[in-house]
Write a protein that binds this ligand. Structure first.
Ligand SMILES: [Zn+2]
Ligand SMILES: [Zn+2]
Length: 150
């Protein structure tokens, strides 16, 4: 079944044709500011699997790594829907809270900036900053990524 989601006013919605590569929560300071929350949860997909209905606007923002990303917002209500990282060619990161059925994160990154009152019970999926993708992503996702980017 395709993943579906959208903004809060209903002007913008989307559909994803294939299952995501990976889902992660980021606790870095920039993600907190841009979401107005304690962390963002992003689901990584291939750009070609993404179908957008409605109009979005976008802007360039900084990342914890310093490389930057472009964030996309509903043109009407301004909800932050998805983004494209400068380092992730051909991929999108959907903000999972905009999905009809949100996905549980497989990793938590930038734990060093995590709000102290948040307790994550599964310490094995927590990373101080960024992780090594080859060690953390499921084998199937690494294989799909390799096939698409070669
Ligand atoms: Zn972040
Ligand atoms: Zn909207």
């Amino acid at each position: 079944m395709n993943l579906r989601g959208g903004c809060v006013c209903g002007a913008t919605s989307y559909e994803v044709k294939d299952h995501p590569l990976f889902t992660q929560a980021c606790h870095c300071k920039n993600c907190k500011i841009s979401t107005g929350s304690s962390f963002v949860i992003h689901t990584m997909i291939f750009e070609e699997d993404f179908m957008l209905n409605g109009k979005v606007s976008s802007t360039e923002l900084p990342t914890g790594s310093g490389k930057g990303y472009r964030a996309y917002f509903c043109n009407n209500c301004g909800v932050y829907l998805y983004c494209k990282y400068a380092v992730a060619t051909g991929r999108l990161a959907i903000r999972t809270t905009t999905l009809d059925n949100p996905i549980t994160p497989q990793a938590h990154i930038f734990i060093k900036d995590k709000d102290p009152w948040i307790e994550i019970s599964n310490k094995e999926i927590c990373h101080d900053t960024m992780y090594d993708r080859d060690k953390v992503w499921p084998r199937d996702s690494l294989k799909r990524l390799k096939e698409k980017t070669k």
